[in-house]
Design a protein around this ligand. Structure first.
Ligand code: PRX
Length: 635
């Protein structure tokens, strides 16, 4: 029996038991049989959740790009590694073979070396969904540089903060990006960000939109001529198993984003293994994940997981609504996609449109449908299952996080029977626990609690860049010897998990994690604003939308409210990005606060959600009278 590819439910249980009883032996076998190493490990796992310190495959030497590229060349050199589907359907798709991808990665790696990038240096990547983005990740990995991809929808302020937090030396970007019928001036955003980033020596620019941009002498260079001149081979840097592979920022409960650090070997092993099983990938399949590589889903399941398996992975530059709402399905038909992985927010948006957009296309190639990023509601689940999958393709609802690196709870298609809205069973090696308010584990089934993980898995983030204390405090201090996810979950009668949502100050809007603090900081910088609080409320497409309660300064009281609303959203767009704009803004004279001065968000959430029948005990508030005023004027 090969533990690498699970094909029956009985086999799942058998392999799961093995992975939990003796995790070291289990992962050692997977690592040994399915990857190439320059040197074997001395020790499979050492861990201590108190420090916290986690090491997988310590002592091993490898380069992840040799696993994702070089080793495939003898057998899959002419196989398509990446299909690039451009924003505009009239532009031809590109098929990049493993051999071509290898060459492109080597060339870009050599350009980075020529610009002084060394092992351990940080490179910021701010690119749209074009092939150069995948090439850039792999080029960094080739030479041991640590990539930090910033989603190209983030504002200059957010970009600058991230560049400085990890001292990036070089930025890779493009002149602009295409999104539907819009083009975005990415280089302008980079220029603005870099006004506050003295550490950046070079900006390498991909030409995509052909728009007229400013090129700063010495600092800025067009990438293509450099790639053309670069040598087409590049010796892979030999990395330690625990050397950082990348940093990826995620929102937290304070203003500064958390730079989650993922290391090389464990991340590679786990993303490859989960990819193979959760998508049941077979050799000639075409796999498509619609996420942006700016998020963890793209890192793990567009680039590293698929390429480590020698798969064909599709990159889509555009949006689901351009040129019309049939675009996803047109692409599925055109490239005969077998596995399709998207987010509930996209499903909900498409489900609102005419069914003809789906029915027009031949979707018979589809074998597996995936969902990720937020809870999928029952209606969206059925729409996806009935109309896209034709009740014929298992729907895998995959729960995981930037911090977990790979999929943690998910059905294995054709193996695990699915239940709508349930992420179902823990993946191989994952040991979940539900905790009660007294920090005790809740055993048994039909229970609900806070979701923790009891034992390390290979792709758990190892630290927060530059702030190990914050890593410990955020994830390992709430419950002893447990990783705390920040999510609530329930376990049903058969042991299936359903994720109920965040239990902290993170709000998921259209599948994007947004911390309340950075948005409130942005609002409070408006000269007319004294204080603010934001909460999430249910939205039928975005899952959650943002509701802001704003107290004005005296000087702001006389201002036009609609103008103020626009300015506040503009402020948020500049500081965080357009994804964090508020759907509703209510001006209030005060915020409900506890005697210790903490804002009672629970009450604000209920008012924003129009659920005021039971506000709970408000008598302990410092200013209970404010609740009625806020309710009377709620939007
Ligand atoms: O609340 C959970 C939600 O998204 C959070 C992680 O967000 P991020 O780090 O951006 O990673 C998203 C892509 C892996 C989780 O803490 N979440 C993610 N997947 C699901 C989910 N909630 C419910 N069901 C899911 N399948």
């Amino acid at each position: 029996m090969s533990n690498y590819h699970i094909k029956h439910l009985e086999e799942y249980y058998q392999v799961y038991r093995k992975s939990v009883r003796n995790p070291e032996a289990f992962w050692e076998e997977i690592a040994e049989e399915h990857f190439v190493w320059r040197k074997r490990w001395d020790n499979v796992l050492s861990w201590d959740f108190k420090k916290p310190e986690i090491k997988w495959f310590e002592g091993a030497k490898l380069n992840i790009t040799e696993n994702c590229l070089d080793r495939h060349l003898p057998t899959r050199g002419d196989k398509t590694a990446i299909i690039f589907e451009p924003n505009n359907p009239d532009e031809e798709a590109q098929h990049i073979t493993y051999r071509q991808l290898h060459e492109r990665v080597c060339r870009m790696a050599n350009v980075l070396l020529d610009h002084g990038v060394k092992k351990g240096d940080r490179v910021c990547i701010y690119l749209p969904m074009i092939p150069e983005l995948s090439v850039a990740l792999l080029a960094c990995a080739r030479i041991g540089a640590i990539h930090s991809v910033v989603f190209a929808g983030f504002s200059s302020h957010a970009l600058g903060t991230r560049i400085n937090d990890s001292d990036c030396k070089v930025v890779l970007t493009s002149d602009g990006s295409f999104r539907g019928n819009k083009s975005i001036d990415l280089k302008g955003i980079v220029d603005k960000a870099l006004e506050g980033c003295p550490g950046v020596a070079n900006v390498l620019v991909v030409k995509r939109t052909g728009s007229d941009i400013h090129m700063e002498p010495v600092r800025d260079k067009w990438l293509q001529p450099l790639l053309d001149e670069a040598y087409a081979d590049c010796v892979a840097e030999v990395m330690d198993a625990e050397d950082p592979l990348f940093i990826l920022y995620t929102s937290g409960s304070t203003g500064t984003p958390k730079g989650m650090v993922h290391t090389t070997a464990g991340y590679m092993v786990y993303t490859a293994y989960t990819f193979k099983n959760v998508f049941q990938y077979k050799e000639n399949d075409v796999y498509w994940c619609t996420a942006d590589i700016g998020w963890i889903t793209g890192h793990s399941y567009i680039v590293y997981g698929p390429l480590a398996n020698g798969a064909t992975t599709l990159m889509f530059e555009g949006v689901p609504s351009y040129p019309d709402f049939g675009r996803f399905w047109e692409v599925v038909q055109k490239h005969k996609v077998n596995q399709f992985y998207t987010a509930p927010t996209a499903i909900r948006a498409l489900a609102k449109e005419n069914l003809e957009y789906v029915e027009k296309y031949d979707l018979s190639s589809l074998r597996v449908l995936g969902s990720v990023g937020e809870p999928i509601n029952e209606e969206a689940w059925h729409w996806y299952n009935n109309n896209v999958g034709k009740k014929n393709s298992p729907l895998v609802d995959t729960w995981w996080q930037t911090e977990t690196g790979g999929i943690m709870i998910a059905p294995i298609p054709y193996v695990t029977p699915t239940t709508p809205t349930y992420a179902t069973l823990p993946f191989i090696g994952i040991q979940p626990a539900l905790m009660d308010e007294n920090a005790k584990e809740i055993k048994g089934n039909q229970v609900e609690g806070r979701l923790c993980i009891k034992f390390p898995w290979p792709s758990i983030a190892r630290t927060i860049w530059g702030n190990h204390d914050r890593y410990r405090d955020t994830y390992f201090s709430a419950y002893e010897d447990m990783y705390f996810t920040g999510d609530g979950a329930l376990r049903d009668a058969v042991g299936y998990y359903r994720i109920t949502g965040r239990v902290d100050d993170v709000i998921i809007v259209s599948g994007h994690n947004l911390g309340t603090a950075p948005i409130e900081d942005a609002i409070n910088e408006h000269p007319a604003v004294a204080e603010s609080a934001i909460v999430g409320f249910p939205h039928d497409v975005k899952g959650n939308a943002l509701y802001g309660y704003v107290i004005l300064k005296e000087t702001g009281e006389s201002r036009d409210r609609d103008n103020l609303r626009k300015e506040i959203n503009q402020q948020i767009t500049e500081h965080v990005g357009p994804i964090a704009k508020l759907e509703k803004i209510q001006f209030v004279s005060g915020l409900p606060k506890t005697r210790s001065g903490k804002i009672m968000r629970r009450i604000l959430r209920k008012i924003a959600s129009n659920d005021t029948s039971n506000l709970g005990d408000t008598s302990t508030l410092l200013n209970p009278e404010i609740v009625q005023e806020i309710m009377d004027n709620s939007l």
